[in-house]
Write a protein that binds this ligand. Structure first.
Ligand code: C5P
Length: 217
């Protein structure tokens, strides 16, 4: 099918290597981004899915671009954003990467100090690309509305979807499958909450918002 609208979706964690066998990352499973990609395919969009390492299958019909680090994800986003009507950054990008990756396995020692350097902010880097409806996510332990609204403004987003972080891996928090609580904030500061919905259902709500905004434009 020609002239389909193209959407770009990022998903999963990024993984930043310390040495050939160790890394830092986060608990992201890719469920939200992959649900968004499936929803977009079902709605007839041409979908590019840029994904960090995850163990779930990619939706049929999406073009899967596998990346590992935040820098690789940035490169892939820049490469694929041209011609896209929408970018949904559902990936949990690591804010920091080890300043230096050791080429050999770091040996046991009494004390190990690792220096980290900030990763590029992917949304920040594509902020000024015109004609792209930009959706971001925010994961916060508290002050959800205020922090997410600040993020929306700082990153030049049209929409932000915020979740409260849990206490850690054991309670699952916003990671993985199951019913979750979401707050959706638009550019004008309008807030809606969606309590106890699956990520599949949430993906539908997000694309409803994207399409409504496109109709209004
Ligand atoms: O990590 P943070 O809370 O700032 O993430 C908010 C949004 O920014 C998310 O949509 C995430 O995908 C994106 N992000 C990014 N580049 C980073 C970190 C986060 O684009 N380096």
């Amino acid at each position: 099918m020609k002239n389909r609208k193209k959407v770009l979706i990022t998903a999963g964690p990024t993984v930043e290597e310390l040495d050939p066998v160790r890394y830092i990352s986060n608990y992201s499973t890719g469920t939200m981004g992959y649900s968004l990609a499936r929803e977009a395919v079902n709605r007839g969009y041409e979908v590019a899915l840029i994904s960090g390492p995850v163990s779930i299958p990619a939706p049929h019909g999406a073009k899967l671009v596998k990346v590992t680090t935040a820098r690789e994800m940035l490169g892939a986003v820049k490469k694929h954003i041209g011609g896209s009507s929408c970018l949904v950054m559902a990936a949990a990008v690591c804010d920091f990467a080890p300043a230096k990756r050791s080429a050999t396995k770091i040996k046991k020692r009494a004390r190990l100090v690792i220096q980290f350097t900030p990763n590029p902010d992917i949304l920040g880097e594509v902020k000024d690309v015109p004609g792209v409806f930009k959706v971001g996510f925010a994961l916060e332990t508290g002050g959800l509305f205020g922090k997410a609204l600040c993020k929306l403004k700082a990153k030049g987003l049209d929409l932000i979807v915020a979740n409260k972080a849990g206490r850690g891996r054991k309670d699952g928090g916003p990671f993985g499958a199951g019913k979750k609580d979401f707050m959706v904030i638009s550019r004008d500061g309008r807030k809606r909450t969606r309590m106890g919905v699956t990520k599949e259902k949430m993906a539908g709500y997000i694309f409803d918002d994207i399409e409504k905004a496109a109709e209004a434009a």
